[in-house]
Design a protein around this ligand. Structure first.
Ligand code: SF4
Length: 495
């Protein structure tokens, strides 16, 4: 069942809001649902939701907006376009074909591999530019609309330059449609803050969302109250929510409600390791949370410094201790292997730290969860080399075996998928036929290798500082020169 927390407005212009995965995930994507609400409440627009398993209801199409959150979302984009009988490439569509455009974190980070599939793309925060685009779409024919849209802030069309659109957080974003079909069933998600001021050198969530912005406390409280009218599941969202100056107060407000008898299930994305407090954990536990996560990225202090994750070992140990002493049953510890300059000693540090945490916290559930380093555009490590797959798999096997000997649980992302994620995120125009070939061959891991071979696609595993980068036309604060200086500073710090 779906519950709309707002009133839809009817209109004539048919806008398809497409999510390139199944409906279960579409209904859990806060950004997608919020933009849908913007379209669904705008005079003159008839907004229709669509996902890979929900295409049959689409009859009339004025234009199609895709929201791309994950690097492999192109599969869902192609699937939906084909189900709607729309050619994949812009230049294969005739003048009566709808305008097809996209936005979201993948597009903001690097739109270049996708430019042959979309008429235009949106870089950065979507709220304001999306409204401007809708106003143009409903008022002009396709050709005129495209010309006018090119000058909207944050819009990228091939060969042009585009600067990221950044909004002030005036309205708190929250789940506008509650559904028991969503991955997070009936969960009312509230955005507390956007971005993160820590600027870890690999972190696209931080760099592409600068400056760090917080929502107004009173508006967050109003949103919590609104959510509680419809559900007891509240989740607070943000890459660095505990940096909100009134985060403690927000947690106190929720705690008070629970103490007064409200049955609230509270979820927060992850705890910031250096600011976990007893109070924070107690509130989470009262809100029914049993496990949480912290991200340490590396176990060796040298490597953490190299990536700008300035976290001391005492702070990690302290976060675990506070979590255990205040009622959590366990913690997941996010880490990475393959960070540039990593040595065997750095890998062994994971085992030493894991043993220490286990010894100091008997009976507490600890799980190390590893991914491998994926260099991302617009971060200081965008030029860095991605370690060879075989060598990463060797490290993975070693850690898996040694953690098992210590009786500590460990989980690993797929090194092969992480490799292809690197290729996609740092790709250029030449990737377009490769993406189509992968799609035609079913999109499994073998399809990537086969497509690379068939099309003889060259893969650049490292960039030089003076290389022209595929995404150089996209301007994202703080800009390429500052990223270069930061990369040089990190490398120098490491000597
Ligand atoms: S603390 Fe987390 S969200 Fe913030 S920059 Fe570092 S990795 Fe990114």
């Amino acid at each position: 069942m779906e519950k709309y927390l707002y009133k839809s407005v009817n209109g004539n212009y048919p806008l398809i809001m497409a999510y390139p995965a199944c409906e279960e995930f579409a209904l859990s994507s806060l950004g997608y649902l919020w933009l849908y609400k913007i379209a669904d409440t705008m005079d003159g627009i008839n907004a229709v939701r669509c996902s890979t398993d929900n295409v049959d209801n689409i009859k009339n199409i004025g234009s199609i907006a895709f929201s791309m959150s994950f690097d492999f979302d192109f599969m869902g984009v192609f699937e939906i376009l084909e189900k709607l009988n729309i050619p994949l490439y812009v230049n294969e569509r005739d003048e009566n074909a709808p305008l097809v455009f996209a936005g979201g974190p993948v597009i903001t980070t690097n739109p270049i591999p996708y430019e042959e599939f979309f008429d235009f793309m949106l870089i950065g925060d979507g709220e304001e530019s999306f409204k401007k685009i809708l106003k143009i779409l409903k008022s002009y024919n396709k050709k005129e609309a495209l010309e006018l849209i090119k000058s909207v802030e944050g819009v990228y069309v091939p060969e042009n330059k585009a600067a990221k659109s950044t909004v002030e957080l005036t309205d708190v974003i929250y789940t506008p449609i509650l559904s028991d079909k969503g991955y997070f069933k009936n969960t009312f998600i509230i955005e507390v803050a956007r971005g993160c001021m820590n600027r870890c050198a690999f972190c696209t969530a931080s760099y592409t969302n600068l400056p760090f912005r917080c929502n107004n406390y009173d508006k967050i409280i109003d949103a919590i109250d609104l959510g509680l009218k419809y559900t007891n599941k509240i989740a607070l969202l943000g890459a660095q929510i505990s940096a909100h100056p009134e985060f403690e107060k927000i947690m106190e407000y929720i705690e008070q409600k629970i103490d007064n008898g409200a049955n609230i299930e509270l979820g927060i994305s992850s705890l910031r390791t250096d600011s976990v407090t007893p109070k924070m954990v107690q509130t989470l536990v009262k809100g029914g949370q049993k496990h949480s996560t912290i991200a340490i990225e590396a176990a060796s202090e040298r490597l953490r410094k190299f990536i700008n994750k300035n976290l001391k070992e005492e702070q990690i140990l302290n976060a675990v201790k506070i979590s255990r002493e205040n009622g959590l049953k366990g913690l997941k510890i996010y880490s990475m292997i393959g960070i540039p300059t990593e040595t065997q000693e750095d890998i062994d540090e994971f085992l030493r730290l894991g043993k220490k945490i286990k010894d100091e916290n008997k009976g507490f559930n600890i799980e190390f969860s590893f991914s491998s380093f994926v260099p991302k555009p617009h971060t200081p490590l965008q030029w860095a080399k991605r370690e060879d797959t075989k060598s990463l798999e060797k490290k993975q096997k070693y850690l898996e075996k040694e953690f098992a000997k210590l009786g500590i649980s460990s989980k690993f992302s797929s090194i092969k998928w992480d490799f292809w994620q690197t290729v996609l995120s740092r790709g250029g125009r030449a990737l377009a036929p490769f993406l189509v070939e992968v799609y035609r061959n079913g999109g499994k891991i073998g399809a990537y290798k086969a497509a690379q071979k068939n099309l003889n696609i060259g893969i650049k595993n490292e960039f030089m500082l003076d290389d022209v980068l595929p995404w150089d036309n996209i301007e994202i604060y703080p800009g390429k020169d500052l990223l270069k200086n930061e990369y040089k500073r990190l490398c120098k710090k490491n000597q």
